[in-house]
Ligand binder design. Structure first.
Ligand code: IPM
Ligand code: MG
Length: 356
């Protein structure tokens, strides 16, 4: 098959981890007889430096014309002084919206070889950690009106949070469909004791649940959920929640696995085109030092193969290669434990390619 992939290397460690991942994709192409064509799509701080804006039209066009998008990470302190509308993050939000990527899937899974890195008490993590956060990605406060004005001699600001039923329904269906392939339990998270958007969220998710009588639906307030994730993570299978709550809870969920550098995520809309990226950020403090862990991005590429290109065997080959490298004890700094064999980003990439 021939597939075109828009490549957003981004900022910080982005270029290093994406570089290694493209090497892995090349190894997959060679082994399985595919052709992957990469189309560079600068976005984020590097695009501000080169074009003055975080998402140039040419990059947006490249993403919309490709079969899928692979993203490293964007942002960094260098661009903190940019006006709100021109920050690196704006590029990412604009791209999500333009591509219609309303569902963001972020697995929180503890790798059995890495359980020693889990920051939770062993008795809490004993049952394993394996749940998925399904986050609504193009609605809510992120995409409401943002305003700052002067009132009574001081500044005042507001960010409007709104949701329509159809925006809730479509992401809820993704969560229920996913639960059917897992342990058949959806926990919907909201703040329905305070917010109208949350009351609509709860009512709409409850109505969707009627289409899925074989899946159990639970509701939980977001403050309680933040606590339950560290108290008893084993109770969760699929979490579904709105944009801002999902942003916060997915960081918490990935951190408790002890391997945030290893976790991929996918963003999808209607169709098969998606955007795939690691969960972690651009880590400017270790950029350019060959210290980053490329595994999160490599596993994101595996998700791309499986979900956007329908290449299950190819995806499994990538995941098996990563498992093989970990079994042999190779570790980047973020997942290093006593007895591990330390490697940098480039060497980790080479080892994974060798295992393909
Ligand atoms: C994420 C990030 C983004 C978000 C930022 C960079 C805009 O935190 O993907 O979780 O808030 O969605
Ligand atoms: Mg976030």
């Amino acid at each position: 098959m021939n597939k075109t992939i828009a490549v957003i290397r981004g900022d910080g460690i982005g270029p290093e981890i994406v570089g290694e991942t493209l090497g892995v994709l090349d190894a997959v192409a060679a082994k399985f007889g595919h052709t992957f064509t990469y189309r560079e799509a600068p976005m984020g701080g590097c695009a501000i430096d080169a074009f003055g804006v975080p998402l140039p039209d040419s990059s947006l066009a490249a993403c919309l014309a490709s079969d899928s998008v692979l993203l490293g990470a964007v942002g960094g302190p260098k661009w903190d002084g940019q006006p709100a509308g021109n920050r690196p993050e704006r590029g990412l939000l604009k791209l999500r919206e333009a591509m219609g990527l309303y569902t963001n899937v972020r697995p929180a899974r503890m790798f059995s070889d890495l359980s020693a890195a889990c920051p939770l008490r062993p008795d809490i993590a004993a049952g394993g950690i394996d749940f998925v956060v399904v986050r609504e990605l193009i609605g809510g406060m992120y995409f409401g009106r943002h305003t700052t004005w002067e009132e009574n001699g001081e500044l005042r600001a507001e960010d409007v949070c709104s949701y329509s039923e159809h925006e809730i329904r479509r992401v809820a269906r993704v969560a229920f469909d996913m639960a059917r392939k897992r342990r058949r339990r959806v926990t919907s998270i909201d703040k329905a004791n305070v917010l109208d958007t949350s009351r609509l969220w709860r009512r709409t998710v409850t109505a969707v649940a009627e289409e899925y009588p074989d899946v159990e639906l639970l509701h939980m307030y977001v403050d309680n959920a933040a606590m339950q994730i560290v108290r008893d993570p084993g109770q969760f299978d699929v979490i579904v929640t709105e944009n801002l709550f999902g942003d916060i809870l997915s960081d918490e969920a990935s951190q408790i696995t002890g391997s945030i550098g290893m976790i991929p995520s996918s963003s999808m809309g209607e169709g098969t085109r998606g955007m795939y990226e690691p969960i972690h950020g651009s880590a400017p403090d270790i950029a350019g030092q060959d210290k980053a862990n490329p595994i999160g991005t490599v596993l994101a590429a595996a998700m791309m193969l499986r979900y956007s290109f329908d290449m299950a065997a190819e995806a499994a080959a990538v995941e098996a290669a990563v498992d093989g490298v970990l079994k042999e004890g190779w570790r980047c700094g973020d997942i290093m434990q006593g007895g591990g064999r330390p490697v940098g980003c480039r060497e980790m990439g080479r080892l994974i390619r060798e295992h393909i």
